[in-house]
Design a protein around this ligand. Structure first.
Ligand code: ATP
Ligand code: MG
Length: 331
């Protein structure tokens, strides 16, 4: 088996949460060991698909970059860059739109959810976002896309776009596979365990941020919604407890069954306390390292600029091929 080409993107919302950490960031760090190359991108062009403030965007971009580096991304072992620095992404988006079915975009759950939440403008960008996401990945001919469960539909769509392009214009693009973790692919909001923990949609009290202080983490787990039962086990009727079991399993690196065995007969209070401590331990080193990295925006810019240069080299080759096949000058 040849080494995978890994690509994934993350939004510069700054308020990255435990769901992002467990579902995505943790996989990125591991992917650095296998990817040749492993490419990670802060998708700042995606960020404008909902209401935003330009000055704030710049700040959150640095926050997100520092969180990822603090979590273990290493620019010596991966390509780490800012989407807006590599213009091939936007050009490829337009070219791919020619082989994207409008009806497919219409079926995207994320558009339905997020458009319903917009108070002023439902932008065309929000509708078109999955095509930009397809371009992000396909520009690098990535074979593996580590994401959380909520991105399954978008990855299916980019696979369809790649297939349709290849059928129509010849095999220039690679159909990527997604990589969704077996446990922790969908961390739920602690207050509303029927919905995913989210930067933009969830409750404040139910969203554990990567940068939360230990006291805040303990408080959020302490008030996590459970159920009227008393057993620490997974079950359809126990979304709150099942979510806490997943979190503890990942934080400690053990199986869900082991968690259930360890807490047989224990009360919910003790169980929640144990989950809180494991998460405090998991996130403390990231928070501490973040505090060291975040102030030096010059250093962050330098890392992102060097990454963009490497990314552009790869994306430019794909673009030349795609342009030529579609009837344009390659450059
Ligand atoms: P938004 O709600 O604005 O889309 P988000 O919380 O989904 O924000 P993103 O930056 O869009 O954050 O997602 C980055 C990565 O984190 C994606 O791979 C996504 O699948 C993953 N992810 C997001 N939320 C969760 C979650 N609750 N559990 C596991 N993985 C998640
Ligand atoms: Mg998202």
């Amino acid at each position: 088996m040849p080494a995978p080409i890994i690509f994934s993107g993350i939004q510069p919302t700054g308020r990255k949460h435990l769901g992002n950490y467990i579902g995505a960031i943790r996989q990125y760090v591991e992917g650095q060991e296998r990817g040749e190359p492993a490419i990670f991108c802060i998708v700042d062009l995606h960020a404008i698909s909902v209401a935003y403030d330009p000055a704030e965007l710049r700040e959150r971009l640095y926050d997100t970059a520092a969180i990822l580096l603090a979590a273990g991304l290493d620019p010596a072992r991966c390509i780490f860059f800012r989407q807006s620095d590599v213009r091939e992404h936007t050009e490829l988006t337009w070219l791919l739109s020619a082989v994207t079915a409008h009806g497919d975009l219409n079926r995207m759950h994320q558009f339905k959810d997020k458009s319903a939440r917009q108070r002023e403008l439902v932008s065309a960008a929000l509708f078109f976002y999955p095509v930009l996401m397809a371009a992000d990945v396909l520009a690098y001919r990535a074979t593996e896309v580590p994401v959380g469960d909520d991105q399954r539909q978008h990855v299916e769509l980019m696979r369809e776009i790649a297939r349709r392009f290849n059928e129509r214009f010849g095999a220039a693009l690679v159909v990527p596979d997604f990589k969704i973790p077996a446990v922790g692919a969908r961390i739920m909001d602690l207050q509303e365990p029927e919905r995913k923990m989210s930067t933009t949609g969830g409750t404040d009290a139910g969203t554990v941020l990567v940068l939360d202080e230990p006291a805040a983490i303990r408080k959020k787990f302490g008030s996590a919604v459970t159920d009227s039962g008393r057993e620490v086990r997974r079950g359809e009727d126990k979304p709150g407890i099942a979510n806490l079991i997943d979190i503890l399993a990942v934080a400690r690196g053990i199986s869900q069954d082991e968690v259930e065995r360890e807490f047989e007969g224990a009360g919910y209070g003790d169980f929640k306390g144990a989950v809180a401590e494991s998460v405090v331990e998991l996130l403390a080193p990231v928070r501490e390292r973040y505090a060291e990295l975040r102030p030096d925006e010059g250093a962050l810019d330098a890392i992102l600029a060097a990454g963009a240069e490497k990314a552009r080299e790869i994306a430019a080759v794909t673009l030349a091929d795609v342009r030529e096949r579609m009837g344009y000058q390659p450059k």
